[in-house]
Design a protein around this ligand. Structure first.
Ligand code: SAH
Length: 388
């Protein structure tokens, strides 16, 4: 099978030029399948009809396909979600495309999907978390006819499908496994990652200190593996909007896949830009919150500051002290922020069993520091800041 990713090598600007229509069609179908999670039959139908319409506009199949295939994945996802092709495509094709995307089988409303997937009996295709007697956790997807296999035996997935969460099952070697739907925290710790992700202990505090609320407009850089983005998306809900910047195309693809695998759909309120945050064009004061997770936080601070409305909150996370120092110095020198706070989050698990009631022997000692600051109104000069 042709590797659908070969058309958008992340770190180069290479654009593939399929030699023949057949070649281009294979690549295109794979991309559409990945992007839209449509069935192959649907993609086939879409393609045939779309090509017919292209020809009616005087476009040859190959030319149209070449241009579509050359799109980066994020552009393709966006084109499908928004119904708009990138601006370089001619008007006539734009109209055709938006027509097609509108008439294509509608995605289910975000709220329906979210509610339906969190309750009731476990369904085929869902993620489940299996826990053994030692508390080890295994994240797996329920596939009819398959077995879940681990070092203590295996369990047929058919015995899990239709079960109620919280049920205990026995493995072929007689070991007990508890089955639950995973929490977002479980998923974030187990999903495939590229970059270092924001740990749940930190994102939990960032969401509260950053005062995320349903409907909030949030700017984020960098997207990384999408761990923080998932926490933000959950907190702002379907009425909120998240705009993420990320310089690495391969990270964008991974993040999109992670998010889609978790939610079961591509969230329409998540816009992703494959661009350096320092060069982002953002309407002044158009965001309520900005979340930065950058190796050089100061790269994002000018844009963040322009983007935040008065009273808006900046939350920046960094693993090292010099990053924190530079961030705070930048914020203070800008004269545009008040209430600058710096903190770290230590979570110490406890062991409670019989008389042994004590902190656990091991804990995660360090992940990152969090800087939180509030944007002043224009013209207001800096007053004071706060340290916890
Ligand atoms: N918050 C993410 C992890 C981000 S890691 C998560 O929870 O999964 C930092 C990311 O910032 C990396 O993916 C890196 O590619 C990206 N990055 C670095 N400099 C950038 C810049 N100037 N603009 C946008 N993204 C940037």
């Amino acid at each position: 099978m042709t590797d659908p990713r070969r058309t958008s090598s992340p770190d180069s600007n290479e654009t593939s030029h399929p030699e023949t229509t057949a070649d281009a069609t294979v690549v295109w179908k794979e991309l559409m399948y990945e992007a839209g999670r449509r069935s192959r039959a649907e993609v086939e139908l879409f393609l045939t009809t779309f090509l017919g319409a292209c020809q009616a506009q005087g476009w040859s199949d190959l030319e149209a396909l070449r241009r579509l295939v050359a799109l980066e994945d994020p552009d393709l996802y966006r084109a499908i979600v928004t119904g708009r092709l990138p601006e370089s495509f001619p008007e006539a094709l734009q109209v055709l495309w938006s027509d097609f995307v509108c008439r294509w089988p509608a995605r289910r409303a975000v709220s329906d999907v979210a509610a339906a997937s969190r309750t009731g009996p476990l369904r085929a295709g869902e993620w489940v978390l299996l826990m053994d007697a030692k508390g080890r956790r295994y994240l797996t997807r329920l596939e009819p006819g398959q077995n879940f296999t681990f070092h203590l035996g295996s369990v047929p997935m058919d015995t899990l499908i239709g079960q109620t969460e919280g049920t205990a099952v026995r493995s072929s070697k007689g070991h007990t496994l508890l089955v639950f739907r995973p929490t977002l925290r479980d998923y974030l710790l187990q999903m495939p990652r590229h970059a270092q992700v924001v740990y749940p202990k930190d994102s939990a505090v960032m969401a509260m200190w950053g005062d995320l609320y349903p409907g909030a407009r949030v700017l984020e850089a960098g997207l990384g593996s999408g761990a923080l983005a998932m926490v933000i998306l959950r907190a702002i809900g379907p009425t909120g909007r998240l705009v993420s910047y990320e310089i690495r195309a391969d990270f964008i693809r991974r993040a999109m896949r992670n998010i889609e695998r978790w939610l079961g759909y591509v969230p329409e309120n998540h816009e992703i830009h494959h661009e350096d945050i320092a060069r982002a064009q953002v309407e002044p004061g158009s965001f309520d919150r900005v979340f930065l997770d950058l190796p050089t936080p100061t790269d994002g601070l000018a844009v963040a500051t322009g983007a935040l409305r008065p009273g808006g909150i900046l939350v920046s996370i960094s693993p090292t002290v010099p990053q924190v120092q530079e961030t705070v110095e930048w914020l203070r020198a800008s004269n545009l922020y008040g209430s600058i706070e710096v903190l770290e989050v230590l979570v110490r698990p406890w062991n409670v069993r019989g008389p042994s009631v004590r902190p656990a022997h091991f804990m995660v000692a360090h992940t990152a520091f969090i800087v939180v600051a509030r944007r002043l109104r224009p013209g207001q000069t800096f007053v004071d800041d706060v340290y916890i």
